[in-house]
Design a protein around this ligand. Structure first.
Ligand SMILES: Nc1ncnc2c1ncn2[C@@H]1O[C@H](COP(=O)(O)OP(=O)(O)O)[C@@H](O)[C@H]1O
Ligand SMILES: O=C(OP(=O)(O)O)[C@H](O)COP(=O)(O)O
Length: 401
């Protein structure tokens, strides 16, 4: 990817009094009472916002939260306002929408250095469709565009890609630049052996990535919700575990491809199963081939942790995306915590460790190990796509330097 124009190239004269549409990734984990459980992505957005405020810009923040289908109160960005205000040292305004008359009035009332947060841009289906009319409406709110949403840069959506066509200049924020600088450097010529650990629940988007990862990595460890599709493809019973039925053929093909590429593909040999999806579920450890009917796999088991640890001991670079289990429930956090601890130890021994993704980072933060890692990335899917060698649409759309 050609290098992109940066927000740092814009000076006070370019910014004073200007309305700036800033796409950030504030897709943070919230608990049931809508309390933020990890604020990494909010903190990461601060340097760009502060720079704009200090140079007298009027800052319009736009983000998504979760994957809502239409307007859904539990995916509102409102719970983020107090923390954002605290970090920025100003009262951040909140709009009830992301386009329309009310938003235009709030934007018009913004003082120089003021900040307004727009409501979840995914409340409109046009966002993910990258609808040009919707992108134009977003663009019409401002005088220039900054994209600092690295975590969403792999999505060609209206607020990440479309808007850059209608709002110029369109530049990269400081977080976007920092992530690209680090990740492109670390993965273009990695120290080997190079391992990727992939878990989490976004099976359909990540399973496709695995094939390309075979071109880059020497070792691939799988955990989280991903593994049951592979087990089922091997003919194992999976009970009521998460499975992507339409990816079974792909999973079978991936076993073959790993062999032909000489990549060690490791699946957990045992799993922790639960009788329901709940913190207080009954649980037991079973072999990967023995998940009973009516039970679901929610974590990797102790034998798998041991094998994964031994394998990781042989590596020089590791990228980790997606938790090994449902770590939000204490009972099923053991595998994720073990991997976090292993990577922290390896970092201390000179291994490059890169953690990507909202939930993986939250798990590492929860374990108090974030500062031990080489790089904490705010993008899971985005960092994996970079690793695959793909260009990110949210970056491509920006002005060349
Ligand atoms: N075995 C599993 N079954 C269902 N969900 C799982 C399983 N393992 C992990 N998860 C869930 O995956 C989610 C994180 O997935 P994902 O968004 O793909 O990761 P990241 O945000 O790190 O990229 C967590 O909420 C976790 O509870
Ligand atoms: O959390 C995100 O991605 P990640 O889980 O891959 O890190 C981003 O906010 C993108 O969200 P999306 O995968 O719903 O487009």
């Amino acid at each position: 990817m050609a290098s992109k124009r940066s927000v740092g190239d814009l000076k006070s004269a370019d910014l004073k009094g200007k309305k700036v549409f800033v796409r950030v990734d504030l897709n943070v984990p919230l608990d049931e009472s809508l309390k933020i459980t990890d604020d990494t992505r909010i903190r990461a957005a601060v340097p760009t916002i502060k720079y704009l405020m200090e140079n007298g810009a009027r800052v319009i923040l736009s983000s998504h939260l979760g994957r809502p289908k239409g307007v859904t109160p539990k995916f509102s960005l409102k719970p983020l306002v107090p923390r954002l205000s605290e970090l920025l040292g100003v009262n951040v305004g909140m709009a009830n929408d992301c386009i329309g008359e009310e938003v235009e009035k709030l934007v018009a009332a913004l003082p120089d250095g003021g900040v307004l947060l727009l409501e979840n841009v995914r409340f409109y289906k046009e966002e993910e469709k990258n609808d040009p009319e919707f992108a134009k409406k977003l663009a019409s709110l401002a005088d220039l565009y900054v994209n600092d949403a690295f975590g969403t840069a792999h999505r060609a959506h209206a607020s990440t890609e479309g808007v850059a066509k209608y709002l110029k200049p369109a530049v990269a924020g400081f977080l976007m630049q920092k992530e690209l600088d680090y990740l492109v450097g670390a993965v273009s010529n990695p120290k080997r052996p190079f391992a990727a650990i992939v878990g989490g629940s976004k099976v359909s988007s990540k399973i496709g990535v695995i094939e390309s990862l075979f071109e880059k990595v020497d070792i691939l460890l799988l955990g989280g919700g991903m593994i049951f599709t592979f087990y089922k493809a091997q003919g194992y019973p999976v009970g009521s575990s998460l499975v992507e039925e339409d990816k079974l053929a792909l999973a079978t093909a991936l076993f073959e491809k790993a062999k032909s590429k000489g990549v060690s593909l490791l699946l957990p040999t045992d799993v922790v199963v639960a009788n329901k999806f709940a913190a207080d579920a009954e649980s037991k450890v079973v072999p990967a081939s023995g998940i009973p009917d009516g039970w679901m796999g929610l974590d990797i088991g102790p034998d798998s942790i041991k094998t994964f640890n031994q394998t990781l001991d042989t590596t020089k670079t590791v990228i980790w995306n997606g938790p090994m289990g449902v770590f939000e429930f204490e009972k099923f956090a053991v595998g994720t915590e073990a991997i976090a601890k292993k990577l922290a130890d390896l970092s201390g021994n000179g291994v490059i460790t890169i953690i990507g993704g909202g939930d993986s980072v939250a798990a590492v933060e929860k374990a108090g190990l974030a500062d031990k890692m080489s790089h904490i990335s705010t993008g899971g899917g985005a960092s994996l796509e970079l690793l695959e060698g793909k260009s990110l649409p949210g970056v491509l759309a920006l002005d060349d330097a």
